[in-house]
Ligand binder design. Structure first.
Ligand code: NAD
Length: 498
């Protein structure tokens, strides 16, 4: 396969990168107190990328102390919203100035195509930091319509110390969706990146300090989920956990909260999103191409991936053909090549898990119409875009989150059946629908149990619109002003005027 001319350029830049793998506590990079580190393997090459400090309970204790002290000092928590906002905007600018370096870290760490890191992950992360910086001094509190003998003011109060525990699929973007509103609201934060993707989180800590975010307000403790993550979940002095990750681990955080100090928990968990294509879609070709990207983008490692495409029976063949052709045209290859569209799975474990699901789909009698293999000639954890047709709602590949480039196509004969199949899942993160019937758009979106419903598009969004799930996809919203609800409590001050 020929490579894009810029491939070698990116390879050279990658070779020149200096990786910082230490934790960031109290405004300085520090080793884990145990001195332990863990290795990070570049999934595209199978070679060791570097090592990262293995933070554990002791490091979490230190970071929480530092975050608490910073919060209590009031320097950040009581700073005027416009001053906090200015520093967040400066933070966004610094991330922008280092966008190329950060994009490389994302790609090397978790295998996503460099073109996506550059054109999606970084711009959306920067936008998020900037948007909350710009928004925070435009949020008003409330006065209740009490009788004239009293004034009741409802003000948003920051919670204190918030821990953000995030996954590896969009490492920086998921982190920014948490830290921007957490910081905007005046809290201190401890960011725990996923063990598969710590470098970008560690790198931005220095930029936060350079932007004027005071020491102790922004800390990063890399480490394993079962040690650092659990210690945050159980910590008596952490006021809130902002979690994005799997539903199973989300449930653990609810338990940790109950076993400790009843800390607030916000959960953005898994999904098995339906994408319903009715025969009256305004443009079947566009719907099918979008459905292919809706599952194969980011190697299918997307929480809201449209992993179940539901097609009206009389157009199924036509739609499946277009999806298959679109999948086959996607270029799977080295993530550092700007021409690559599908990179490597995050690690061996995830690639093996996805291959097990492919085997299970075959064993349960679904018809594989495209892909299904690990491409020959590529090292690492690559998997071809894979399409199963003739999938039945009870099959494992129709029920469980695969988190890989594997699409299940199911068919339906009428609207009620489509809705019933779409809702037949423990998840409720997102759903898509393609139709030209405006009444149907209202009727069906009303009945779909999902936090986001896309009509005649898939995976569209904007920082101003909330994102989050129903059912076991979690609760609480990222993005938009609604995100501030998770990181503030309403304090009512009742002033008697009688
Ligand atoms: P994961 O649940 O394994 O890990 C997420 C985070 O939790 C990591 O930082 C990890 O270290 C930590 N963790 C793991 N085990 C832990 C434990 N026992 N105690 C405390 N912390 C622990 O998820 P992942 O594999 O990193 O990411 C994939 C999952 O994330 C998928 O299910 C995907 O749907 C979900 N996700 C959801 C959204 C959303 O917005 N809803 C976005 C991206 C990813």
């Amino acid at each position: 396969m020929s490579h894009s001319p810029n491939f070698t350029l990116w390879q050279r830049k990658a070779a020149d990168l200096k990786l910082e793998g230490r934790a960031f506590i109290s405004g300085a990079y520090v080793e884990a107190l145990s001195g332990e580190r863990f290795e990070r393997i570049n999934p595209a090459t199978g070679k060791v990328l570097g090592t990262v400090a293995a933070g554990d309970k002791a490091d979490v204790d230190l970071a929480v102390k530092s975050a608490r002290k910073a919060f209590e000092s009031g320097f950040w928590s009581k700073m005027s919203p416009s001053d906090r906002g200015r520093r967040l905007i400066r933070f966004a600018e610094l991330v922008e100035q280092h966008a190329e370096e950060l994009a490389l870290l994302e790609t090397l760490d978790m295998g996503k195509p460099i073109s996506d890191s550059v054109s999606v992950d970084l711009p959306l992360s920067i936008t998020c930091l900037r948007w909350f910086g710009e928004a925070v001094d435009k949020v008003y509190d409330e006065i209740a319509p009490t009788p004239g003998t009293a004034v009741a003011m409802m003000r948003r109060a920051p919670l204190g110390v918030v821990a953000a525990v995030v996954p590896w699929n969009f490492p920086l973007m998921m982190a920014c969706w948490k830290i921007a509103p957490i910081l905007a609201a005046g809290n201190s934060v401890i960011l725990k990146p996923a063990e598969q993707s710590s470098y970008s989180a560690i790198r931005i800590a220095a930029l936060a300090v350079e932007a004027g975010i005071p020491e102790g307000v922004f800390n990063v403790v890399p480490g394993k989920g079962e040690t650092a993550g659990k210690a945050l979940g159980l910590h008596m002095d952490v006021d809130c956990i902002a979690f994005t990750g799997s539903t199973d681990v989300g449930k653990l955080f609810m338990q940790y909260s109950g076993q400790s100090n009843l800390k607030r928990v916000g959960l953005e968990c898994g999904g098995k999103s339906p994408n319903i294509i009715f025969a009256d879609a305004p443009d079947l070709q566009a719907a099918a191409v979008s459905a292919a990207w809706g599952i194969f983008y980011n190697q299918g490692e997307v929480c809201n991936a449209g992993s179940r495409v539901l097609v009206e029976e009389n157009v199924r063949e036509e739609v499946v053909d277009i999806i298959v052709e679109t999948g086959k045209s996607m270029r799977v290859g080295d993530p550092l090549d700007p021409a690559t569209q599908i990179g490597a799975m995050v690690d061996d474990r995830q690639a093996a898990r996805v291959m097990e699901y492919i085997a299970s789909g075959k064993a349960e009698g679904a018809r594989i119409v495209s892909g299904g293999h690990q491409p020959s000639g590529l090292p690492g954890c690559f998997i071809e875009p894979t399409v199963f047709d003739g999938v039945k709602p009870q099959m494992k590949i129709a029920r469980e989150e695969i988190f890989g480039p594997v699409l299940s196509v199911l068919s339906f004969s009428d609207e009620d059946q489509a809705i019933s199949i779409a809702n037949d899942t423990i998840y409720g993160l997102a759903a898509g629908m393609w139709t030209r019937d405006v009444n149907r758009t209202f009727r069906v979106s009303d009945k779909l149990n999902a936090g986001v419903v896309w009509v005649n598009c898939f995976d569209h969004g904007h920082i101003s619109s909330p994102f989050g799930g129903f059912k076991q996809s979690g609760f609480g919203r990222d993005k938009s002003l609604h995100a501030l609800d998770k990181y503030t409590d309403i304090k009512t001050t009742w002033i008697n005027l009688g």
